[in-house]
Design a protein around this ligand. Structure first.
Ligand SMILES: Nc1nc2c(ncn2[C@@H]2O[C@H](COP(=O)(O)OP(=O)(O)O)[C@@H](O)[C@H]2O)c(=O)[nH]1
Ligand SMILES: Nc1ncnc2c1ncn2[C@@H]1O[C@H](COP(=O)(O)OP(=O)(O)O)[C@@H](O)[C@H]1O
Length: 209
């Protein structure tokens, strides 16, 4: 009987709502490697402190579009004037090895993943208010005022897609939000392994007859 495959989760949010911090905190609580974030490929320039292969694979537009033509992306989209894409083989190999995979992608990519993989679990993270979202973007200290204004405008559009997601988390109290995310991930894992055990029992009976 084949190994239980991992679950696929999309974790989306308007920029600055806290999804990267929440995913990092969740991974720290599960250091044994049972869950992993997919590292996307992007044409945007690295921010200070961002590392190749850890935060993103940074490529130029020509290289990105060549990879699109080769069918290397599970999904891809243009967000804030730059391309972003999820590597197909990373997703497929990681799930097959039994590890849960988190995709930190936008609503456009989420639509593509839902079409390709109907079993995906989709989570949308909301800030408690627009004022708090702006405060977090500013406190992060990584973007210019012009970029912050652009992200705030884009956030309205991103949030208008909330109903396309199966779970919503309002990230007000950080620890509580991480707990909610953990609950979603762990309950899906339990559900999948119970389902697999049941399938095994049925198959054993069927094949023994
Ligand atoms: N569709 C898609 N969106 C992505 C991917 N990687 C990142 N994004 C989204 O692109 C947007 C901008 O990401 P980024 O430039 O890192 O800014 P941040 O959200 O402020 O950290 C976010 O909404 C991400 O979720 C990807 O592989 N595919
Ligand atoms: N619940 C929270 N309360 C206060 N600040 C938060 C909370 N969650 C995240 N932050 C802060 O908000 C900023 C944006 O978070 P980040 O994880 O980078 O967002 P995203 O990945 O969604 O763009 C960071 O400085 C982070 O420490």
């Amino acid at each position: 009987m084949s190994k239980v495959s991992g679950n696929l989760f999309v974790i989306a949010a308007p920029s600055g709502a806290g999804k990267s911090s929440m995913i990092d905190a969740l991974l720290k609580r599960h250091p044994q490697g049972s869950m992993q974030v997919s590292v996307s490929t992007t044409t945007r320039k690295p921010r200070p402190g961002e590392k190749e292969g850890e935060h993103y694979f940074f490529v130029d537009e020509k290289t990105f579009l060549e990879q699109v033509d080769k069918g290397n992306f599970y999904e891809y989209a243009k967000v804030f004037d730059h391309y972003y894409g999820t590597s197909r083989h990373v997703i497929e190999d990681t799930l097959a090895s039994g590890v849960d995979v988190f995709l930190d992608i936008d609503w456009q990519g989420t639509r593509q993943v839902k079409a390709a993989y109907p079993g995906v679990h989709t989570v949308f993270i909301l800030p408690p208010s627009n004022a708090e979202l702006e405060r977090r973007l500013r406190n992060r200290g990584q973007d210019s005022e012009e970029v912050i204004a652009k992200r705030m405008a884009k956030a309205q559009h991103e949030m208008s897609h909330y109903a396309e997601f199966s779970y919503l988390i309002v990230n007000e109290d950080f620890d509580k939000s991480v707990q909610q995310l953990e609950h979603i991930v762990m309950s899906q894992r339990l559900r999948r392994s119970k389902q697999q055990i049941r399938h095994r029992e049925i198959l054993q009976d069927l094949l023994a007859e």
